[in-house]
Design a protein around this ligand. Structure first.
Ligand code: GLV
Length: 316
């Protein structure tokens, strides 16, 4: 029987168990720090290896990243090189990020930051010239993986003027897309809202920095829903202080929890959320894990593959 070691607290949930039991029968599940007596398991499910996890058993045949972004796991030297790594595909998680992006886009539409600043100063300053519509609010979405695709599509369906960018060319019905380094300026130029949903790797690190900020519309809102490593914090601070960027919504940080002395906590133009923009849902994550296990058992292509098995990579 396939043994699964669950090492993410979001999996320690009755709804998760029920869906997994239904869709992946004939498995033995363990919840870290409990595990099989001989320390050997076939599937490891974790977003990051918990503190104190120790070494990963060399018996592991499949690693399931309990999140959309596998950067933490892939960078962990304890992860053996041989097993394939798949990531979570959870429509319920994506739906939360769709809502977050809408929240920011509507905040821009309503000039949220200006009227908050005015309220703090007891200033009655209606500004009809700032009145916007959805159709004239330009939203740039970076990243067209499953989540970015849902976000861009939903914002466009709501009526925002959406452009989207990905590293490799992608087509999306009714959305202006561009790709590659040369396509990035086309996506972000004059954008009123920038939503980052990219995966983090060396080509995307620090992408949210001055060169990109300088292309946005004056007072644009920036939402970093990717990783802290995407954001050049110093450049953000300068752009916020000058008013070049009107407001930053940040859900992911280089260091988490964010140290209490960090300037982001107290900046008037920053709204921060503690990496809760898109939490894996119990049912969605169990379904995704069950689908990965079924594909693994059938020898079929693994859904959400982010790193192929070592042998496949060697012969690729
Ligand atoms: C969240 O950051 C995730 O990787 O799912």
């Amino acid at each position: 029987m396939l043994r699964i070691l669950l090492a993410d607290p979001l999996a320690y949930d009755a709804a998760f168990d029920a869906v997994l039991a239904e869709l992946a029968p004939h498995v033995e599940t363990y919840r870290w720090p409990d595990g099989p007596a001989d320390g050997r398991y076939d599937v490891l499910a974790a977003w990051r290896l918990p503190d104190g996890f120790g070494v990963v058993s060399d018996s592991v045949k499949l690693v399931f990243c309990f999140g959309a972004g596998a950067d933490h796991l892939l960078a962990d030297p304890r992860l053996p090189a041989h097993p394939p790594v798949v990531r979570l595909l959870d429509a319920g998680q994506a739906a939360q990020l769709v809502d977050y992006a809408h929240h920011v886009a509507f905040a821009r539409l309503q000039n949220d930051q200006k009227y908050l600043d005015d309220q703090r100063r007891h200033l009655w300053d209606p500004a009809p010239s700032l009145k916007r519509t959805r159709a004239t609010t330009r939203v740039a979405v970076l990243g067209l993986g499953p989540i970015g695709t849902d976000v861009a599509t939903a914002l466009a369906a709501t009526g925002f003027a959406v452009r989207a960018w990905s590293r490799r060319p992608r087509r999306l019905e009714g959305i202006d897309t561009s790709a590659g380094a040369e396509g990035l300026p086309d996506c972000v130029r004059s954008a009123d809202v920038l939503v980052n949903l990219l995966p983090l790797h060396p080509q995307t690190a620090d992408l949210l920095g001055e060169p990109l900020f300088s292309l946005l519309a004056d007072g644009a809102y920036v939402a970093n829903l990717g990783r802290g490593g995407h954001l050049d914090e110093l450049a953000l601070r300068g752009a916020l202080d000058s008013g070049r960027i009107g407001c930053a919504w940040i859900d992911a940080f280089g260091e988490e929890p964010l140290p209490s002395s960090h300037w982001l906590w107290t900046h008037d133009r920053v709204r921060l959320t503690p990496h809760v923009g898109g939490l894996p849902t119990p049912a969605g994550s169990a379904r995704s894990l069950a689908a990965a296990i079924a594909a693994y058992r059938a020898g079929a292509p693994l859904p959400g593959l982010v790193r192929a098995a070592a042998a496949t990579r060697d012969t690729a």
